[in-house]
Design a protein around this ligand. Sequence first.
Ligand code: MLT
Ligand code: ZN
Length: 448
Amino acid sequence: MMPAGPSSALGQLLSRFGSEVIATSADVLAGISVDHRKLYPGRALALALPRSTSEVADILKFCNALRIPVVPQGGNTGYCAAGTPDDSGTQLVMSLRRMNRIRGVEPLNNSLVVEAGCILKEIQRAAESVDRYFPLSLGSEGSCTIGGNLSTNAGGVNVLRYGMTRDLTLGLEVVLADGRVISSLSALRKDNTGYDLRQWFIGAEGTLGVITAASLKLFPLPKRHGTAIVAVPSVKDAVELLAKLRAGSGDRVSSFELLPRAALELVERHLGARVDISASSHWCILCEVSSSDADDPIEERLASLLEAAMETGLITDALLAQSERERSAFWFIRENIPEAQRRDGPSVKHDVSLPIDRLAEFVDRASDWVVTHVPEGFLVCYGHVGDGNLHFNINQSGETAGKSLLAREPEIRRAIHDLVQEYRGSFSAEHGIGRHKVAELERYADPV
Ligand code: MLT
Ligand code: ZN
């Protein structure tokens, strides 16, 4: 069947679903037509705002029959432009923001069922209200939605202990392109009745269906935390420190984040937040251990492990959070690195993962490459060391503001990703593919 022309497609959508569900105002469309980083400005046919699973099903079935392309969009906070339309003006963006109900919380089953439009922070709060923990946590948690988190298999700062979104999912409700609904919102931990269909939709970025609801895992709510920022002589030492902290804490390290000096300086310059840690070290780590036992002095355990690490030279300085306020101040710095980077100017981002035991070697080689080949940029390499995931980002350097770093992005990206490939790593650890990394997928994915 020939694709329907934009005006007739829009007319048919409006007459079938009405302006209550199909938004067309220029203001509304402007906000949903460009990705978070503003790298891919697009033009949407319209915005669909369904209120129920059956409405999603009706819209998809209708669009499928008319061959109208549909782009599902969550909170539009992603880094790879997976949720925004191209500039053809033919694609219908579908947001599930009206489907934001928590359908049920089952503390004894350690699970909850939420609709795809729920903001991540609201899900965390719902879990806390019954003394449980939903561990998915990322900088955009105040505005990203669980539908987007699921569709990109989001990671964040607690993956080390709790896994990625995929690992936190018990069941899904999904609408296929032809309008059929797969309803599998089970809260079972064990279910070996054949194929695990969930996994086809998690991380699929809406290419195989639209996730409308999910059954998610909950955990005991952490009651005590030990949180520290430590200076390490090298990335290799950081990796060794992680092993020591995991073993010495009863494997209760929940976060282990790499903070380079360059990132600390950016956050101080643009957001005024600073941390008083030895300026001589190029690398710092924000680490956190946590316990659900209110009587467990886990912060003391962390302090003694860090003391031992200091004696052997594995770390050169340490700041332990002495209060919840200090803990939040540490996390503020970590979570605002992307914002500080953005305020500083254009950047080229890489979201790579490596086998943890090769991480240090990769950082050395890739950093050398940047210093030699990218004089117009400076490296801001941070991320989730505990997961072998680095945001190997390069910012435009002020002194060479005349030369555009972004114009060199394809060439830089190629060199970094080829090196990642050499180490058997991934060019997309947690941000997905979207429109941003289609060429990478074609180059590096197994053709079979
Ligand atoms: C982060 O961990 O802060 C992000 O995933 C983002 C980034 O690449 O900047
Ligand atoms: Zn990240």
